[in-house]
Design a protein around this ligand. Sequence first.
Ligand SMILES: *[C@@H]1O[C@H](CO)[C@@H](O)[C@H](O)[C@H]1NC(C)=O
Ligand SMILES: *[C@@H]1O[C@H](CO)[C@@H](O)[C@H](O)[C@H]1NC(C)=O
Ligand SMILES: *[C@@H]1O[C@H](CO)[C@@H](O)[C@H](O)[C@H]1NC(C)=O
Ligand SMILES: *[C@@H]1O[C@H](CO)[C@@H](O)[C@H](O)[C@H]1NC(C)=O
Ligand SMILES: *[C@@H]1O[C@H](CO)[C@@H](O)[C@H](O)[C@H]1NC(C)=O
Length: 472
Amino acid sequence: MRTMAGTRFVILTHCVASLFLLTVANGAIIRLNCDTVDDKCLLKNVFASEDDRFKEIRNERYQSIIEFFDCHIHTLPPIPYINKVKANAINLVRVEENTFSTIHRLDVSYNRLREISTKAFEYPEELLELNLNGNPTLKDFAFLSKLTGLRSLDMADMKLELELLDINTFAGMAELSTLNMSDNRITSIPVGMFAPLVGLTDLDLSRNSITKIASGTFAIATTHSYLRDGIYHQALNFDLSSNNVSIIENNAFLHASKVNLRNNKLIGIGQYAFDNQTALEHLDLSGNDQLKNFDFLHNLRALHYLDMSHMNFSFDGVPRNIFDDLDSLTTLDLSNNRILEIPIGIFAELQSLNFINLRHNSISHIEFGTFSMRKYDLIDEIDLSYNNIKELNFLVFVPLKYLKTLLLHGNKISYVNAKQLTRNKSLYNFGIQNSNVRCYDLIDLLGSLKLVLEPNEFISHLPNVDGIRCQP
Ligand SMILES: *[C@@H]1O[C@H](CO)[C@@H](O)[C@H](O)[C@H]1NC(C)=O
Ligand SMILES: *[C@@H]1O[C@H](CO)[C@@H](O)[C@H](O)[C@H]1NC(C)=O
Ligand SMILES: *[C@@H]1O[C@H](CO)[C@@H](O)[C@H](O)[C@H]1NC(C)=O
Ligand SMILES: *[C@@H]1O[C@H](CO)[C@@H](O)[C@H](O)[C@H]1NC(C)=O
Ligand SMILES: *[C@@H]1O[C@H](CO)[C@@H](O)[C@H](O)[C@H]1NC(C)=O
C-alpha cells in the first residue's frame, strides 16, 4: 500500500493542473476535470487503485464524449449524463452500481474487467452500443439482459463460452443489429439463444471451436425480411469461418443472406439446412476439403455467389445436376481444387452465370460446349489460369457471345491462334502470362485485345510483349 501510494504521488505531480488529490484513510479522493479537445472531455493520466474514490467528473462545457487517455483506473468513476464514454485499455477491473445515468455508447474494450454490476446503468435501455472486446476475465454477464436497447454488442476476444450466458440473455434485445463474438472459445451454441434477435443483421462467430450447427440454432425470424416472388429477402450475415464445424443439420438456418463457412471441417450439410424460402445470396464453403455431398445446393435458388475453392473438389462421383437449380448464381469459384476434367453440360443450367473461376486445378482439355448455357448465355469471364492445358482449340470460346475476359496464365500453351480467338468482338481482356507462347502470336493479338498482366508480374529482363514473356 505504501509503495503504491508513493508511485501514485510521483505520477500525479505531473498533472496537478487537472487532478486534485486528497488523501483519506486507505485511498484518495480524486477530482476529475476535463481537458477539452475537439468535442471531447479528455481525462489524462489518471491513476486510481481499488481504494481510491472519485468526485463527480466536471464536464463544464457539456462535451458529449468522455475519453480516458493514458490512465490506469481500477473502478470507473460515476459518469454524468453523456452520449459516449471511451474507457478502453485503462486496466479497468470493475464497473459498480450507479456508475452511469444516461449513456448511449460505451467502450470498455481491452481491460481486465471482472465485474459489471447489474445496476451499473440507471437507464440500461438507453445504451445503444457496448464494446466489451478483450476482457477475458469477465465471466458474469447478468448485466446484459437489461440492455434491451442495444444495437451493437462487441464481445470478441474474451475467451467466452456460451455456457456462461443465461439462455435468456438476449430475450429483450429485439433491436440488436450487430453481435460480434469472434475469437472466443465457443464450442456449441444453445438452440434458441439467438432466436429473440429479430433485428439482427450481422452475427460474427468466426475463429471459435464450434463443431456442429444443430437444427434451429440460427432460426431467427427477422422482422426486416420481406417476401418477393415466394422468397424472403433480408440482410442477415453469419460469419462462421475458422471454426471446427463438421455437421450442419436441416433447418439450422431460417433467414440468412450471407453465410461464411470458410475453413471448417464440414463433412455434411443437411439438404434443408438453409430454408428453401430464404434468399441466401452468398455462400462461402472454401477450405472444407472433406465435403462430398452437395444436395443442399438444390434449394438455393437465390444464391448469387458460391465459393467452393480449396475443397479438394473434383467432378468424380458428383451428380451431373449439382448446379442445376442455381438459377441466380453469377459467380462460381472452383479454384484451387483437384479438377481434371469438366463434364460437358455441368454448367448448362447456370443461366445467370457471369464469372467462373477454375484457377489452380489440373484441367488439361476444354471441349466444345463446356461453357454452353441452355437459356441465357451471360458468361463474361472465365479464368483457367494455372491448369495443365497444353493445347487449346480457341474456337471453343467463339460461341460465348458476351465473353469479355479469358485468363489462361500459367498453362503450357505454346501457340495462340489470334484469328480464332478474336473472331467474336466481345473478347477484350486476354491473360497469357507464364506460358510458352511465341512473341509473334502476341503481337497478332495486340490489334484487337488487351493483354492483361498478373499483378506484379511485369517481365522486363527477358523477351516480352508489354511485360508478358514470350518465345522470340
Ligand atoms: C468482430 O471483431 C473482430 C475483432 O475486433 C473484428 O476483426 C471483426 O471485423 C468484427 N466483426 C464484425 C462483423 O464487425
Ligand atoms: C476440432 O475437432 C477435432 C475433432 O474433430 C479436435 O481434435 C480438434 O482439437 C478441434 N480443434 C479445435 C480448434 O477446436
Ligand atoms: C422446401 O423444403 C421443404 C422441407 O423443409 C420441402 O418439403 C419442400 O418441398 C421444399 N420446397 C421447395 C420449393 O423446394
Ligand atoms: C483429396 O481427394 C483425394 C481423392 O478423393 C484423396 O485421395 C485425398 O486424400 C484428398 N486429400 C485431402 C487433403 O483430403
Ligand atoms: C461471332 O462470330 C460468328 C462467326 O464469325 C458470327 O456469325 C456471330 O454473329 C458473332 N457473334 C457476335 C455476338 O458477334
